[in-house]
Design a protein around this ligand. Structure first.
Ligand SMILES: Nc1nc2c(ncn2[C@@H]2O[C@H](COP(=O)(O)OP(=O)(O)OP(=O)(O)O)[C@@H](O)[C@H]2O)c(=O)[nH]1
Ligand SMILES: [Zn+2]
Length: 214
């Protein structure tokens, strides 16, 4: 929970710059959260403030998957897939939230991976470390989307709890857009546990036929 009083803004909008990517030139917007000093990001493409539902991805930081090419999870492939979908439509937003390791931080995620190497699944490992299975909080999404005049989203996710959380915040999720996952020998159990214990919607539609296919 944030220590910020109810009437105080949760974060400040700071600045933006152009962000060319292999798929489109986005605008990268920077925010700073009051309670933690964490720097959260929004990647924006096209006119998203015109009232039409916006293709959106709420992505939680995964340094190992997003940056270091880890195959233990599907985060890197989902980040790339979401940006490609936004680029293909020419319009959308990706919120990059700095809640690494489902909110437990990078070092604790590495501790959790070590417990997984000893036989725990992704949920059991978090619980053994004294954390909830998923310690994330999506409250920053509301003011971040409001900054750009976005009230209705077509959310790219397989996670029903993320849809519930955003809906409870007053964000209108008008559609779920399935995101392909990049199943491999290293993340097979992880993906099965997400479906069995965390409720993720995995089906053939969201399974990439081959690595990188979107
Ligand atoms: N604690 C912990 N966090 C993990 C593990 N693997 C990935 N993460 C973190 O999980 C977050 C991504 O969550 P996911 O459940 O994969 O996906 P999601 O965003 O909730 O759901 P989608 O919208 O369908 O992608 C990132 O913050 C990762 O750092 C793990 O084994 N343990
Ligand atoms: Zn990951």
């Amino acid at each position: 929970m944030s220590a910020t009083p109810a009437n105080e803004p949760l974060l400040d909008y700071v600045t933006s710059c152009a962000l060319p990517t292999p798929w489109a030139q986005f605008t990268l917007h920077a925010f700073v959260e009051h309670a933690t000093g964490k720097e959260h990001l929004a990647m924006v493409l096209g006119d998203i403030g015109n009232g039409e539902p916006v293709l959106a991805r709420v992505h939680s930081e995964c340094l190992t998957g997003d940056v270091l090419f880890s195959q233990r999870c599907d985060c890197g492939a989902q980040l790339e897939g979401a940006l490609k979908k936004i680029a293909a439509e020419g319009r959308g937003i990706l919120l990059y939230l700095r809640q690494e390791g489902r909110g437990i931080g990078l070092v604790n995620k590495i501790r959790a991976y070590r417990l997984q190497e000893a036989g725990a699944d992704t949920v059991e490992a978090n619980l053994q470390l004294g954390f909830h299975a998923d310690a994330r909080n999506y409250e920053l999404c509301k003011p971040m989307l409001e900054q750009f005049g976005v009230r209705k989203v077509r959310l790219m996710t397989n996670n029903p709890r993320k849809i519930d959380a955003l809906t409870r915040l007053g964000i209108d999720v008008v559609e779920r857009v399935p995101l392909l996952v990049n199943r491999n020998a290293f993340n097979n159990n992880y993906l099965n546990t997400k479906a069995a214990k965390l409720g993720h919607m995995m089906n053939p539609l969201t399974e990439a036929v081959e690595d990188g296919q979107l």
